[in-house]
Design a protein around this ligand. Structure first.
Ligand code: FES
Length: 212
């Protein structure tokens, strides 16, 4: 419930706190100093008293959040850590040749493609001069693990999520405006100006990568 120290009618029920009209404080709430925040109308001419009340309300909110957070944090530490950007490990064993999977790292979709020999050959037979954003396939994968392509699944045009194994190049197709990427995630056609980005990652074993 929202009250204002400066008198006047109570805020109409349902109004957001910041938009409420000035209102009177019931004696009980006033004594305890609880729930006191200023409103949009009283903030037009703030006084030192108003500032103190706002500061009190803000401190109460921060205090409550600080109290609640440790409980949330204890309930789900892994999710919190991952959301904060911690590296993730991905087991590649279940991904058959010719398949792609999508995982999330730092809230971004990451495509991991287990490329076939044919897909690798196609990516490597393209003249660099024909690419809008020239980059060799070798530079986009890890040496000795050429069958694995790992890219951030965000179109470099306006940020849509492309679809794997679609389009003219058997790579990625963005349905938003028709950008097409090849089996190396390089832009080949459409308005996207750059290749799909490769996230930081490394092989921690022959069948496992760590992203981040
Ligand atoms: S966002 Fe992908 S083509 Fe426009």
């Amino acid at each position: 419930m929202v009250f204002c120290r400066r008198g006047g009618p109570r805020a109409p029920a349902g109004l957001p706190v910041a938009m409420g009209a000035a209102g009177a404080v019931p004696p009980a709430a006033d004594k305890k100093g609880l729930g006191i925040v200023t409103t949009a109308s009283s903030a037009d001419h703030p006084t030192r008293r108003d500032f103190l009340f706002v500061a009190t309300g803000a401190a109460a909110v921060v205090g409550a959040a600080a109290t609640v957070w440790p409980f949330i944090d204890q309930m789900n530490p892994d999710a919190a850590t991952i959301a904060a950007g911690a590296p993730i490990e991905v087991d590649l064993t279940p991904i058959a040749e010719g398949q792609d999977i999508k995982v999330f790292w730092r809230g971004k979709p990451i495509y991991i493609s287990h490329r076939t020999k044919k897909q690798i050959e196609e990516a490597r037979s393209v003249p660099l001069s024909s690419l809008p954003d020239p980059q060799t396939d070798e530079a986009r994968v890890k040496s000795g693990h050429d069958q694995w392509l790992v890219v951030i699944g965000i179109c470099t045009h306006l940020g849509c999520i492309p679809i794997a194994h679609e389009g003219n190049y058997d790579g990625f197709f963005c349905p938003c405006h028709g950008s097409q990427y090849d089996t190396s995630g390089r832009i080949r056609q459409g308005p996207a100006p750059a290749n799909l980005a490769v996230p930081p990652y490394q092989f921690v074993s022959d069948t496992k990568i760590q992203i981040g």
